[in-house]
Design a protein around this ligand. Structure first.
Ligand code: SF4
Ligand code: SF4
Length: 336
């Protein structure tokens, strides 16, 4: 069944979620759209995708894994950090960002054993997406197998039509949640309106079959030397990417008293692969740019299937030297 929520009722729907869930919505922040925790009075921004990504809610920029020390008798002491254990709920998530969370799931949950801090945050999370009716200038989700009306990774899909939202459950968790709610059924005209918006938003997907194999064969190609020339190695592209997930683990404090931290890291930094011996297998920007592109469009798809890029366009928007991943792909023979 497709439900309908009048726009004036949205606050009430969000308020019901905010008790049992930690609820995040797109908010206006210093002239940009960012994901922020909802509280009464906050109106979600319904146009434009967030500048930052939802990945930071499941894989924080920096997190304490545990504190360590010693008991008075000299035995080791390990203390787990206090966390808000309520599940996360995200409203207004863009289909590209939901798809990216599915890709992070493959990495952090698809392994044995799964990654515990990620699993704790992901467990029971409710992902509510909003159809993108006006993609941004740097968006290219359809070229990498996505769609502005895509449902991958989502539990509920909201389509904004005149006066409100059509809501559809698109996962088992979404169906269970919809069954608890008292949303009235959308009328036939409202459903038809939603379908029209979804179809207009969903251009034919043009994935790039064979790109992973093509890139694998071009590992030593001279093109890499040219592609990295402009790059400053600032790593903004990877920190803003919803699918990049490299991290470093470090201890803060002293040998016998401190905290173990996990912090985002980036393959675009020269020291990312520096060995203790002093050897660095990715010595120049050429190797680092190649790694970033190969990971997204060759290694990840060969291992998991889809490309590890959802076409959100953030790396294009934040790059200080306008290095455009679409142009890189075009140069390498993928779609532009
Ligand atoms: S944002 Fe641009 S300059 Fe910075 S590391 Fe990425 S590609 Fe290089
Ligand atoms: S590579 Fe760029 S366009 Fe692709 S998902 Fe990452 S930030 Fe978005």
């Amino acid at each position: 069944m497709v439900g309908f929520i009048p726009e004036a009722e949205l606050d009430r729907v969000l308020a019901r979620l905010a008790g049992p869930y930690r609820l995040y919505v797109p908010v206006s922040c210093a002239g940009r759209v960012e994901l922020g925790e909802w509280s009464p009075g906050i109106r979600p921004v319904l146009e434009g995708r967030a500048y930052g990504t939802a990945k930071q809610l499941f894989l924080p920029r920096s997190e304490e894994l545990f504190a360590f020390g010693t008991h008075p008798d000299g035995t080791p002491r390990v203390v787990q950090p206090e966390r808000d254990r309520r599940p996360l709920a995200l409203f207004g998530l863009r289909p590209c960002d939901a798809r990216a969370i599915g890709m992070l799931d493959q990495v952090f949950l698809g392994q044995d054993p799964p990654d515990d801090p990620y699993r704790e945050r992901r467990q029971g999370a409710l992902l509510m997406g909003l159809v993108c009716s006006r993609p941004g200038r740097a968006c290219f989700c359809a070229q990498v197998g996505g769609s502005p009306a895509g449902t991958a990774g989502l539990d509920l899909l909201f389509t904004r039509i005149g006066g409100g939202f059509c809501v559809e459950a698109v996962s088992t968790a979404g169906e269970a949640h919809a069954a608890q709610e008292d949303w009235p059924a959308a009328t036939a005209a409202q459903v038809a309106g939603a379908r029209e918006i979804q179809q207009a938003a969903a251009p034919a997907a043009m994935a790039t079959p064979g790109l992973a194999q093509e890139l694998e064969a071009r590992f030593e190609d001279e093109v890499w030397a040219r592609l990295h020339e402009k790059c400053l190695g600032c790593a903004a592209c990877t920190f803003f990417c919803p699918t990049c997930h490299c991290f470093d683990v470090m201890d803060a404090g002293s040998y016998d008293h401190g905290t173990r931290l996990r912090c985002w890291d980036s393959c675009m930094f020269p020291k990312f692969t520096l060995h203790a011996s002093g050897h660095n297998p990715r010595l120049s920007g050429k190797e680092r740019m190649r790694q970033r592109v190969m990971h997204k469009f060759c290694y990840y798809p060969l291992r998991f299937g889809p490309e590890a890029c959802v076409g959100c366009g953030r790396c294009i928007e934040v790059c200080p030297v306008n290095l455009d991943i679409r142009a890189v792909l075009a140069e390498l023979g993928g779609s532009e």
